[in-house]
Design a protein around this ligand. Structure first.
Ligand SMILES: *[C@@H]1O[C@H](CO)[C@@H](O)[C@H](O)[C@H]1NC(C)=O
Ligand SMILES: *[C@@H]1O[C@H](CO)[C@@H](O)[C@H](O)[C@H]1NC(C)=O
Ligand SMILES: *[C@@H]1O[C@H](CO)[C@@H](O)[C@H](O)[C@H]1NC(C)=O
Ligand SMILES: *[C@@H]1O[C@H](CO)[C@@H](O)[C@H](O)[C@H]1NC(C)=O
Ligand SMILES: *[C@@H]1O[C@H](CO)[C@@H](O)[C@H](O)[C@H]1NC(C)=O
Length: 526
């Protein structure tokens, strides 16, 4: 029966490259944005290899399940938020409204959206008898989850399924420090800090403070999941921190051709550039616009969904800067404010075919907020970058862009029309940015297989052979053992003991010598 099953499956999936396919559950938080695109690119390769991939997504983004691009490839399990979907969309909108505010003003919303809201979702999933029964009967061979939501780890523990972590964020040593990566503040820039890896004394002090803050924030972030494990009585003897650290593999959307180098354990696999691919031809209208730019070429600009509710002054700064440039500009904007007149060289679209635009021969520069996927897409197509980081890991992208001199980073809080204009003019007219980008791009592209194929290969390898061999024992050591505090205490004890013995011996010798001298002098006087 099993044999027939396999044969039918092999016939059904003509692209199958490996024996019998496995059932794999994937999750990318809610199923939206850059995190989903990363996971989906791996999912596509897994399906090509003959596996059966199911995505767990939220009912707020259930449109994924009816998008033919994905519904032909994947099965979907849709969980329901405990709050109405409009409220979920509002939460993310509230975050966008704070785009051009300082990080401290974004912090609270981020915590609310990413910690509390998602923990409530997890409660809803674990409490959903129908979904849990579905997972129980599905017999998945592995769960691949985005590190932004730890719920799938609890599901994996409940049904004893091996699990693999996927990070859409770069910073390989910061996100896997609990599994033994060297995350030393001496040279590893703290995640979200925007530092490079060349730090002076003041920066090392700041970097250490951010490191500690991020560590504490991580613990705070994982706390609700410990409560949930207790509530549903799943793996209650192991902390969420440990469960996370013991993920079978860590697939990180990073590549050391452009990432600041650091030391990672064998089970951390860099798969940077998951969404990179050759560009497709543009639709006729857009192609015509590109060609109309002549020798000067085109600037591709997107500030993501953030630009929907920013102050009108910021929008004006962008447009006024564009108006003074000889290039044409393609700008992503969902709604054009009614009292704004677009400069004649600017063309807006509610959604950009970003990868196809970056691969176009007329594209001269890419201006954007610094997401990790966009960074690798620009690298793939060797387009110089102007970054305006809005939050989180976008500051780290800015640091890489500046350190490698493949573009210019602009601070959003001191943004002016002049700064935007000058940065774009410089990256286009100064050849060195383009040359640096071409050099790094060639380095990035010189590899045995594409990032998504590499990720799929390692998932397959993990399902066949397990991952224990690649895990360093660091994960199972206590704080005291990891930092050799017990050994240090032992050494100090030994040193103290030897010192005491030496002091006593010294005192004894002194007394003996004194005694001897006294005897000699006594004998002399006698
Ligand atoms: C994957 O497995 C599920 C459950 O066994 C099945 O319903 C579905 O048709 C399979 N999908 C593919 C694409 O083979
Ligand atoms: C899953 O595994 C259980 C026990 O190993 C088995 O009884 C069940 O039929 C399997 N389900 C599927 C859909 O293969
Ligand atoms: C455009 O209108 C908005 C309100 O809709 C207002 O706040 C803004 O100042 C106006 N901008 C200009 C340039 O007039
Ligand atoms: C071009 O950019 C490089 C790198 O930022 C810089 O060192 C160089 O001085 C610039 N050249 C000119 C002519 O501005
Ligand atoms: C860590 O402990 C877990 C649970 O006891 C065990 O399964 C795993 O093999 C251990 N890992 C290492 C690297 O020792």
């Amino acid at each position: 029966m099993m044999v027939f099953g396999c044969i039918t499956l092999l016939l059904a999936v003509s692209l199958a490259q490996v024996g019998c396919g496995h059932k794999i559950l994937m999750n990318a938080i809610l199923g939206e944005g850059s995190h989903f695109l990363c996971a989906a690119s791996i999912g596509e390769r897994l399906v090509e290899q003959g596996h059966n991939v199911t995505f767990l997504i939220s009912n707020a983004y259930a449109h994924r399940a009816s998008d033919p691009k994905y519904s032909q490839l994947f099965d979907f399990v849709v969980f329901r938020h405990p709050i109405p979907v409009e409220k979920v969309h509002e939460q993310f909108e509230a975050f966008n409204e704070r785009a051009f505010m300082p990080a401290s003003a974004q912090m609270w919303t981020l915590t609310e959206v990413m910690r509390d809201g998602r923990a409530d979702d997890c409660d809803a999933v674990l409490g959903d008898v129908e979904i849990m029964n579905h997972f129980r009967s599905a017999n998945y061979s592995a769960i691949i989850y985005d590190i932004g939501w730890l719920c799938p780890v609890i599901i994996a523990k409940q049904f004893n399924i091996p699990y693999i972590a996927l990070s859409a964020v770069s910073s390989p040593c910061a996100v896997t420090s609990s599994s033994g990566s060297d995350n030393s503040p001496a040279y590893v820039p703290a995640i979200f800090s925007g530092f490079s890896n060349k730090l002076n004394f003041k920066e090392r002090v700041q970097n250490s403070i951010v490191h500690i803050f991020i560590l504490l924030f991580g613990i705070y972030f994982r706390m609700p999941y410990d409560d949930l494990k207790g509530k549903y009585n799943i793996a209650s003897d192991t902390s969420m921190d440990q469960l996370f650290a013991r993920s079978g593999l860590f697939l990180i959307n990073t590549d050391f051709s452009v990432e600041f180098p650091c030391a990672i354990p064998p089970n951390v696999i860099p798969v940077g550039g998951l969404t990179t691919r050759p560009s497709n031809p543009l639709p006729d209208g857009l192609e015509h616009f590109m060609q109309s730019s002549g020798q000067d070429g085109v600037i591709v600009c997107t500030m993501g969904t953030y630009f929907t509710s920013v102050p009108i002054q910021v929008v004006n700064d962008f447009f006024n800067a564009f108006a003074r440039l000889p290039q044409k500009v393609i700008f992503q904007l969902r709604i054009i404010p009614s009292n704004i007149t677009l400069p004649p060289n600017v063309y807006t679209l509610p959604w950009l075919p970003q990868n196809d635009l970056l691969g176009h021969e007329k594209t001269r520069a890419f201006m954007y907020q610094g997401g990790n996927n966009g960074f690798y897409e620009a690298l793939y197509h060797a387009v110089p970058i102007v970054v305006v980081p809005i939050h989180g890991d976008q500051y780290d992208t800015g640091a890489k862009v500046s350190a490698h001199e493949i573009g210019i980073t602009i601070d959003k809080l001191t943004l002016t029309e002049k700064k935007i204009h000058d940065a774009l003019r410089d990256v286009i007219t100064n050849d060195s940015y383009k040359r640096n980008m071409e050099r790094l791009s060639a380095m990035f592209l010189d590899r045995p297989m594409t990032p998504s194929k590499k990720a799929a290969f390692w998932i397959d390898h993990f399902i066949k052979h397990g991952g224990a061999q690649y895990q360093i024992p660091f994960v199972n050591l206590s704080f005291v053992e990891r930092n050799l505090i017990d050994v240090l205490v032992f050494f100090i004890g030994c040193f103290a003991l030897v010192s005491i013995v030496l002091v006593f011996m010294g005192k004894f010798c002194l007394r003996f010598i004194r005694h001897l001298l006294r005897r000699i002098s006594k004998e002399k006087t006698e």
